[in-house]
Write a protein that binds this ligand. Structure first.
Ligand SMILES: Cc1ncc(COP(=O)(O)O)c(C=O)c1O
Length: 457
């Protein structure tokens, strides 16, 4: 049966249509950093899939029933029950977004000098480890670095490498193991059930807590049902529940698979740990039954968590990403394989072969996408590379990928076709894409705050 999108638009928002001249002026004003570009100058916004999705009519209907009482509101209990339907943890603590969950939980698990191991720390996750004075060490599966292979679970953590650290001289400093599902920094690739079982056994053996960074738990669950024959008969909800059982603790931004614009939770078994987190949350986020969230948002989230594991919705999400990737392949643009769900990652290296790593190829393609088509995306190189005091590239990023993040339930096929057409034009004349250099290089969270300029040929 042909694919049928399982929803229609109920409310629409016009998008800005701009001229090339306007976009060139805006890029200059923004220091050629997509994070500085004004939204009203962006036609297709693929900067992030976080908090950018469309809510459903049922979510809106529930929001009408929001209970905004300060403590013990009905909306809190509906939210808590929706989370508890997924996680086995006794203690569920709400916070306003994922990075707040990281700050609070990591503050309890790490101290200066600790090590955090991960398949890949997401940028804010890394920042929250490093702000404590701890070290964030990424141990991705070696398969991740082969951009062209179709290995199904490239998001895995390298369990042998984790074991080696734990058994080595630094072993006593490891304060937590974080498994990010799906592996956002690693191209949105999923983590397998076998890998989760293995790393959780290693963590238990070494008495180190295993933390799941579960921002895309539903998308990971879907990909497990699609790529692991052992789980082909499981529903995404059954897989998600099984995954959460592996975590001693969970931090989950709900701006992604909560299908909402804000919100996150921490879930833990240990009552003392929960107690310590609760004190921090009351002091910095809000009381333990709202954590900085309105009743309105708690209702969006409760209903979002009911909707997100619907196999029809998840199949559509996969279809949308695959549709875009296929269109790009058809015009000779390479993408990270296999295609995941939350984004399509364009491989900039073959697209602009005249640019060396020091010319920031992924950033150059990102800027070209905006200049030529009003499409906002983000490259990973500015985050993953390192630079010296003169802003020259010191170590090149492992790959030059441009992330085309797909907001949930927002864009349709015509938008995907447009993106492919703009990239096809760029691919036709790659020599017109100039290289870039950093002009302002903040020490932390560089990619959010830096400024760059094109290098005149
Ligand atoms: C894997 C992962 N962890 C944590 C976060 C942080 O979540 P938030 O944006 O809600 O602070 C993100 C956000 O994109 C993410 O992708």
């Amino acid at each position: 049966m042909p694919h049928l999108r399982p929803f229609v638009s109920a409310v629409v928002r016009p998008i800005p249509i701009t001229t090339r001249e306007e976009r060139i002026a805006e890029l200059d004003r923004a220091g050629h950093n997509p994070f500085n570009i004004r939204g009203d100058k962006v036609s297709i916004d693929l900067l992030s899939d976080s908090g950018t999705g469309a809510v459903s009519t049922d979510q809106q209907a529930w929001a009408q029933r929001a209970d905004e009482r300060y403590a013990g509101a009905d909306s809190w209990f509906r939210f808590r029950d929706a989370v508890r339907d997924l996680v086995p943890h006794e203690h569920v603590l709400p916070v306003h977004q994922g990075r707040a969950a990281e700050r609070v939980l990591f503050g309890e698990l790490l101290e200066p000098g600790s090590i955090s191991l991960s398949n890949m720390h997401f940028d804010t996750t890394r920042a929250n480890v490093e702000r404590i004075g701890a070290e964030a060490r990424d141990l991705p599966s070696p398969q991740l670095f082969d951009l062209t292979s179709d290995a199904p679970f490239k998001g895995d953590i390298d369990v042998d490498a984790a074991r080696a650290v734990l058994n080595g001289p630094d072993g006593h400093r490891v304060g937590q193991i974080v498994v990010t599902i799906t592996n956002n920094g690693g191209g949105g690739q999923p983590v397998s059930m076998a890998n989760l079982a293995e790393i959780s056994a290693v963590a238990r053996e070494h008495r180190v807590p295993l933390v799941l960074d579960a921002a895309r738990f539903a998308e990971n669950a879907w990909l497990v049902t699609q790529r692991d024959p052992e789980y082909a008969d499981w529903s995404p909800r059954e897989v998600a529940r099984r995954v959460f059982e592996f975590g001693d603790a969970v931090v989950a931004s709900l701006k992604k698979d909560g299908l909402s614009h804000e919100g996150a939770f921490i879930a833990v078994h240990d009552p003392e740990l929960a107690d310590r987190c609760e004190v921090d949350i009351i002091a910095t986020e809000g009381f333990r039954t709202y954590g900085g969230l309105t009743g309105h948002t708690l209702e969006h989230l409760a209903q979002g968590l009911r909707e997100v594991l619907d196999p029809h919705y998840l199949a559509d999400r996969e279809h949308e990403a695959k549709f875009l990737a296929d269109r790009l392949h058809a015009v000779g643009v390479e993408t990270l394989r296999p295609t995941g769900l939350h984004a399509v990652y364009v491989n900039a290296t073959p697209l602009v072969p005249h640019l060396e790593p020091k010319h920031l190829p992924d950033h150059a393609v990102t800027c070209a996408l905006y200049r030529e088509g009003g499409i906002r995306a983000a490259g990973g190189g500015l985050f993953l590379g390192t630079f010296d005091e003169n802003n020259e590239l010191l170590t090149a990023p492992p790959f030059e990928l441009v992330r085309l993040a797909l907001p949930r339930r927002v864009y349709d096929r015509s938008h995907m076709e447009y993106i492919a057409e703009v990239l096809a034009e760029i691919a036709k004349h790659p020599e017109r894409v100039p290289g870039y250099r950093l002009t302002h290089n903040p020490e932390v969270l560089r990619h959010f705050r830096c400024r760059t300029e094109p290098i005149e040929p």
